[in-house]
Write a protein that binds this ligand. Structure first.
Ligand code: ACO
Length: 329
């Protein structure tokens, strides 16, 4: 029987500092009403303490996932970190997590797929597990975009927050649990709809080429919005089709938490009513790579995810990239 990639344990991490819309409106020309109406976001968490950052949050989430999984760290052969805001441009944050948790010499690398990062990383982990090369993998989704936004740009900074989520997955035979099907996509023609242009090899910091360009997140909000609604619906329809399932088979929909309006539009297109859709964007904003695993963690904590349920996760983001995973919990 085919090996299945089963989630054995899940963890999360959030920075201590809460930043509300009202607090932002004290230093920026914005207000709670505008932000809530356009995005659903009330507050977000931001890394303020000196020790808080991407590697730190990733390690805290990973530690909790390992503890809850009961898997011995020595048995983890693969560490994947889905992030676009690593502690350093390189080396990979996955190596930081490996070191912090003392996992002896696993394969470790980062997956760069922005807000679809966790969807992509689960796909990669499952492919490696199903090949039989490793039995256990640690998959972390984490981002600290509060460090990458321009805090004077009201059209972007209000949207994002910092968080991490992590899972330990195990290859198992003779089970129908685990990752059922996955579908991932990209379209690089939309690369500059949401990007950080400066700091790479094309526009190095301080270079003449970089003049006039920003070293923080720039976004064409309307384009991204249009793309997001279509991409989420398309990815979900594709993954369901591949699995021979329909939305009637989905017990819980856990979408990337970017914007409540985007989630509502995608859910409506898929015919999924509120009782089958999980949201926590109100409390955390868009936490990019951390968003889907954090939502899965909270859904489980709140008793909305139980063993045997079919959960559909979906993400979209910079690249442009998008994708969906179907998991039997
Ligand atoms: N407070 C008050 N006014 C604001 C704010 C703010 N925070 N931001 C923008 N405005 C103003 C604009 O200046 C504009 O004013 P004007 O008409 O006088 O010029 C007005 O509000 C309308 O601006 P729009 O950009 O048209 O607002 P829109 O309804 O499109 O909402 C938003 C903007 C919320 C950003 C929306 O476009 C969106 O959610 N897009 C998708 C973003 C997203 O999900 N990005 C994440 C991608 S995932 C990843 O990879 C990281």
């Amino acid at each position: 029987m085919k090996l299945r990639t089963v989630i054995k344990g899940i963890g999360h991490a959030l920075p201590e500092t809460v930043l509300t819309n009202d607090e932002i409106s004290q230093f920026l020309d914005t207000n709670d009403e505008w932000i809530v109406q356009r995005t659903g976001i009330k507050e977000r968490r931001v890394c303020k303490l000196p020790h808080e950052g991407t590697g730190f949050l990733a390690s805290v989430a990973a530690k909790e996932a390992i503890e809850r999984s009961g898997v011995d760290p020595e048995d983890i052969g693969l560490v994947l970190c889905a992030t676009v805001s690593g502690d350093y441009p390189w080396p990979a944050t996955a190596c930081n997590v490996q070191d912090a948790l003392g996992i002896p010499c696993p394969s470790a690398f980062d997956v760069s797929a922005a807000c679809a990062g966790f969807i992509y990383a689960m796909d990669v982990a499952a492919a490696i597990i199903e090949s039989g090369r490793v039995r256990h993998a640690l998959v972390v989704g984490v981002d600290c975009l509060s460090k990458q936004v321009d805090w004077t740009d009201r059209s972007t900074c209000v949207l994002f927050g910092d968080a991490a989520g992590a899972v330990v997955v195990e290859g198992q035979e003779n089970t129908d649990r685990g990752l059922i099907e996955t579908a991932t996509f990209s379209n690089g023609a939309g690369a500059l709809h949401i990007a950080i242009e400066v700091g790479g090899s094309k526009y190095p910091f301080g270079s003449p080429q970089a003049e006039g360009k920003k070293a923080c997140i720039t976004m064409n909000g309307r384009e991204v919005y249009r793309f997001a609604v279509k991409a989420m619906g398309d990815a979900c329809e594709r993954v369901l089709e591949k699995a021979g399932m329909t939305t009637d088979d989905v017990d819980l929909f856990v979408p990337h938490q970017a914007n409540l309006r985007i989630i509502e539009s995608a859910s409506e297109r898929l015919g999924l009513t509120e009782d089958r859709v999980f949201t926590n964007v109100q409390k955390y904003g868009n936490t990019s790579g951390g968003s889907v695993p954090l939502a899965l963690y909270e859904a489980e904590q709140e008793g909305r995810l139980e063993k045997g349920m079919n959960v559909m996760t979906v993400g979209f983001g910079a690249g442009l990239v998008w994708g969906a995973n179907l998991i039997k919990w």
